[in-house]
Design a protein around this ligand. Structure first.
Ligand code: ADP
Length: 449
């Protein structure tokens, strides 16, 4: 072997960085590898927030929430197909994960609402900056501070084991160094999902053939093959999530927070057709049922001002605006007269405090201030719920439900946490909590081996 360490982490997303920092802090010598030339994975793109219950940030804002409520929402969102023991870990450690990040310098003080949540529990930086980029920056800075050995352009190829089946290291391929192996007592797979690999996606769910994807190029799922070759069992691979709102004009994902903060969804006929903050699978199906398989997010300047991310969409040219709904309709070929009536009706529902039409649970503000905006959206593949099977210590299991000694998994490469459908805001929570746990357990394991 070229190198000898205690723990190798594969993947530089939120799960990988959390694992690397946590393994280091539990005494392990760590190498983190990333096959792409840049760090951050998909985690860096996450715009919504980090779900957590019973946090100091919520208390400071007078928000009532509980771990039980987050547990119930997560199970319901996952259609009760989630692995309960993993949801227990996700929810009961969520506050601890927020505290862990803030202790390292993160700002998660803004708390908003995401689809499928019965309380405001989506934690994000003040001012609405992207939560993923912020969390990755904080974790990266902390990995640098700890002198973690990070290697870009380095792909994990094969898990190496001794004849008893214990993990002994990882075969990697560096862009310049070529093939070499790293000797280690434990390997943590944090390689993310496979949404960008449409062949893999369409094989598992033919309805999604040809769908665009929000993911970064590295989200191909080769980590799943690495795990399978090491004997890992898979779970829930067929559950693939389409994000309901990808901008048709620019292919960017429009965060759910736009709806959470007050935007409505209308079709080309200018009519609302769904509770805008229903779960992602239901919202996607509803949009695909509309004329042209797309819909429009409609909002005004009060929504724009509430979320700095919206200015980015405007900057990208995907959110045209006009000073009246009729003009906006003309620009975007939406029935402007119907749109005007729809918004007036919606504003009256906001006033009454109850959405009698579609049962939308939050009605943050009327749409009647300044300019109006329209973002045309369509669903794309966003997240893959399934993956390698882990237990509640982030240990990877084989088909006989036995732990593969020394092999750990965290984040989107794993299955079971989100069941059939992941709630917005639960990804960052998942990767930080299970990444930390994998890092800690791998470090402890390596001490005994
Ligand atoms: P998570 O959200 O679970 O942390 P991400 O998608 O953010 O997952 O990060 C996973 C990272 O792992 C991506 O940057 C991806 O390029 C990287 N990756 C995937 N497969 C491999 C591999 N075989 N070797 C090294 N890095 C990998």
């Amino acid at each position: 072997p070229r190198d000898t360490v205690d723990v190798v982490v594969v993947g530089s997303g939120g799960a990988g960085f959390s694992a690397a920092v946590s393994a280091h802090d539990h005494g392990a010598k760590v190498i983190l590898i990333e096959k792409e030339p840049v760090i951050g994975g998909n985690a860096k793109l996450a715009a919504g927030g980090m779900n957590a219950a019973w946090t100091d940030q919520q208390k400071a804002k007078g928000i009532k929430d509980s771990v039980e409520s987050m547990y119930k929402d997560t199970m319901k969102g996952g259609r009760d197909l989630n692995e309960p023991a993993l949801v227990e870990v996700l929810t009961s450690h969520s506050k601890g994960s927020v505290d862990w990040l803030t202790g390292m310098g993160a700002d998660l003080n803004d708390v908003g609402r995401m689809g499928g949540a019965s309380a405001n529990r989506s934690h994000r930086p003040t001012g609405g900056a992207g939560v993923g980029a912020h969390v990755i920056q904080v974790l990266y800075d902390n990995a640098v501070k700890r002198d973690v050995d990070m290697r870009m352009n380095t792909r994990g190829i094969e898990i190496l084991k001794d004849d008893k089946g214990n993990v002994k290291g990882l075969l990697v391929k560096g862009m310049y160094k070529g093939y070499y192996w790293i000797k280690a007592d434990a390997v943590i797979l944090a390689t993310g999902g496979f949404a960008k690999n449409n062949d893999r996606v369409a094989k598992l769910d033919p309805k999604l053939k040809g769908f665009i994807s929000t993911n970064q190029p590295g989200a191909t799922g080769d980590g799943i093959d690495v795990a399978a070759n090491a004997g890992a069992a898979m779970t829930d691979l067929q559950y693939i999530q389409a994000h309901p709102t990808l901008s048709v004009k620019g292919g960017v994902m429009v965060t759910e927070a736009v709806r959470g903060n007050g935007a409505i969804l209308v079709n080309r006929e200018g009519k609302r057709f769904v509770n805008e903050i229903t779960t992602r699978d239901k919202a996607s199906a509803a949009i695909l049922n509309q004329t042209g398989k797309s819909a429009f997010l409609i909002f005004d300047d009060s929504v724009r001002k509430s979320l700095s991310k919206i200015d980015k969409y405007i900057g990208l040219g995907v959110a045209p605006s006009a000073d009246s709904l009729v003009k906006l309709g003309e620009m975007e070929q939406i029935d402007g007269k119907a749109l005007t009536e729809t918004v007036a009706r919606y504003n009256s529902l906001v006033k009454s405090g109850k959405d009698a039409d579609f049962g939308r649970p939050n009605l943050p503000r009327a749409l009647n201030e300044g300019n109006y905006y329209a973002i045309e959206v369509t669903p794309g593949v966003h997240h893959t719920m399934g993956g390698v099977k882990i237990d509640s210590k982030a240990e990877i299991m084989n088909a006989k439900q036995q732990v593969i000694p020394g092999l750990y998994g965290a984040g989107e490469v794993t299955g079971g946490v989100h069941g059939a459908n992941r709630l917005g805001g639960n990804a960052i929570s998942d990767i930080v909590t299970f990444g930390r746990m994998a890092g800690e357990n791998a470090a402890e394991y390596s001490k005994k081996n």
